[in-house]
Design a protein around this ligand. Structure first.
Ligand SMILES: Cc1cc2nc3c(=O)[nH]c(=O)nc-3n(C[C@H](O)[C@H](O)[C@H](O)COP(=O)(O)O)c2cc1C
Length: 200
């Protein structure tokens, strides 16, 4: 598929058929996330691939699927045959940016408060985007659930407390779904968001 068609076709899909996703396809999709850029090549992104049905149900519970269903959505998290839970290890960045080629002007070890834009969140977003595009390229569909209240997920998946969960990419074969109400907002006109040569 042409890249421009991948970009055009990508949308968050919130319902999936029962058809499994081939493991070679899953590998390629996750690998797209792994190959995403990372600041200073810190490589702090981490990925947990969940296919086990029992665990997917637990992930769905932790992700608030009940509320989605109560709002009229399909049980899209538990129905998705694959979850890719995107996590970041902030410590990898603090360590990398304390190395001799990255210590900045004062030479002190990097600490979280130094970061105006914490690159670990940027890198997680880059991986998310790569995964979403790779899914479309592989002929399957994907959605994303941001980690707003995933307190139980650390326990469900045995994630260490110093690792942050950024969100869950759901992957599967698309079924007819209910679109997000947010889409009613429509696209901002491109001359409102794209400026040439200077802010205007
Ligand atoms: C950081 C981030 C968090 C998101 N969290 C959720 C979420 O928790 N639940 C959900 O249904 N969609 C979530 N979305 C999907 C957005 O609602 C969706 O991308 C937006 O409405 C545009 O729709 P589209 O991606 O299908 O074009 C999230 C998207 C992003 C980028």
């Amino acid at each position: 598929m042409e890249f421009r068609d991948v970009v055009r076709r990508r949308r968050m899909v919130r319902n999936y058929t029962d058809e499994a996703v081939d493991s070679a396809i899953i590998d390629r999709i996750v690998n797209a996330g792994v190959k995403a850029p990372s600041a200073g090549f810190s490589q702090g992104q981490r990925f947990i691939v969940v296919t086990d049905e029992y665990v997917r149900r637990a992930v769905a519970r932790a992700g608030g699927e009940k509320e989605y269903v109560a709002d009229g959505f399909d049980p899209w998290i538990s129905k998705a045959p694959v979850h890719i839970v995107i996590c970041v290890d902030k410590g990898a960045y603090l360590q990398r940016y304390s190395e001799p080629d990255k210590t900045g002007v004062d030479g002190k070890p990097s600490q979280e408060s130094d970061w105006i834009v914490p690159f670990w969140w940027v890198d997680a977003g880059a991986s998310m985007m790569a995964i979403l595009y790779a899914a479309v390229d592989e002929g399957v569909a994907a959605g994303f659930l941001g980690a707003q209240a995933f307190d139980e997920l650390h326990e469900v998946l045995g994630i260490p407390s110093d690792i942050s969960v950024v969100g869950i990419c759901t992957i599967g074969h698309a079924a007819e779904d209910r679109k997000s109400g947010s889409l009613k907002r429509g696209w901002n006109p491109s001359d409102d968001v794209v400026m040439w040569e200077r802010w205007s």
